[in-house]
Design a protein. Structure first.
Length: 215
C-alpha cells in the first residue's frame, strides 16, 4: 500500500488565507450592525413624528372631603372634568373651565366657565365667569358674564348675572337678578355722579347775578 504525501502550503500562505477570511467576516458584521442602527433610527423618527394622544385631565372615583380641592388642567383645552360617579364635597377653586358630570357640594369659585352636564348635580354657591346648566343646580349662582339654562336643566335658587339665556323647557325655581356692572364699579360711578352734581350746582350758583343792596 502506497502513501502519497501532498505538499503543505507555506506558513505564510496559511496566514494570508486566515487573515483574508477574518477580514471578510468583519466587514459582514459591520454591515449588519450598520443596518440595525439605521432601522432603529428610522423607528425613533417615526415614533417622534407620530402625534401624541390627547390627554384630558379627568377626576374619577368617589372623593369626599371637607377641605379645599385645587383643580388644575394641563391639556390644550384647559378643562377640568369631574367624571360621572364622582362626589366632591367641599370648596373647589379653579382658574380653568370645569365640566361637571358627577356631583359637587359646597362652594365653587372659578375664574373661567362652569358647565353642568345633563348627568351633573351641583349643590353649591357658585361664582364663575359663565355658567351653563344642562343638569341640576341648587344654591346661589353668580355669573360675572352669562348665565345659560339648557332645555334639560333645572335650577333652584338666586341667579345673578349680566345676561341670562333660558332655553324653552328649562326650569327656574327662584329669582333672577340682572347685574349691570360690579358693586365696586357701581359705587365708583355713584360717587363720580355726586361729585359732578356738586360741581354743577357750585358753578350754577356762581353764575347767578347777585342781588343789589337796597333793591
Amino acid at each position: 500500500m502506497s502513501r502519497v504525501r501532498a505538499p503543505l502550503p507555506a506558513p505564510g500562505r496559511v496566514f494570508e488565507l486566515f487573515v483574508a477570511q477574518e477580514h471578510r467576516m468583519g466587514f459582514f458584521s459591520k454591515d449588519e450592525k450598520r443596518q440595525d442602527i439605521q432601522a432603529a433610527s428610522r423607528k425613533e423618527q417615526t415614533a417622534s413624528q407620530a402625534p401624541a394622544p390627547e390627554v384630558r385631565p379627568v377626576i374619577r372615583g368617589n372623593m369626599k372631603t371637607n377641605t379645599k380641592k385645587e383643580l388644575e388642567a394641563t391639556d390644550a383645552g384647559g378643562e377640568s372634568i369631574i367624571a360621572e360617579g364622582t362626589v366632591l364635597n367641599g370648596e373647589i377653586q379653579s382658574d380653568r373651565a370645569v365640566i361637571v358630570y358627577g356631583v359637587v357640594k359646597g362652594k365653587v369659585h372659578i375664574q373661567s366657565d362652569l358647565i353642568v352636564a345633563e348627568s351633573g348635580l351641583v349643590e353649591a354657591d357658585v361664582n364663575a365667569e359663565n355658567v351653563s346648566i344642562a343638569g341640576r343646580k341648587k344654591g346661589r349662582t353668580e355669573a360675572r358674564n352669562l348665565f345659560e339654562l339648557k332645555k334639560t336643566g333645572t335650577i333652584e335658587g338666586e341667579i345673578v348675572a349680566k345676561s341670562v339665556k333660558i332655553d324653552e323647557g328649562g326650569r327656574v325655581i327662584g329669582k333672577i337678578n340682572m347685574q349691570i356692572g360690579s358693586p365696586q364699579a357701581t359705587k365708583q360711578t355713584s360717587e363720580a355722579e355726586i361729585k359732578k352734581k356738586k360741581e354743577f350746582l357750585r358753578g350754577a350758583a356762581g353764575a347767578m347775578p347777585k342781588k343789589k343792596e337796597g333793591a
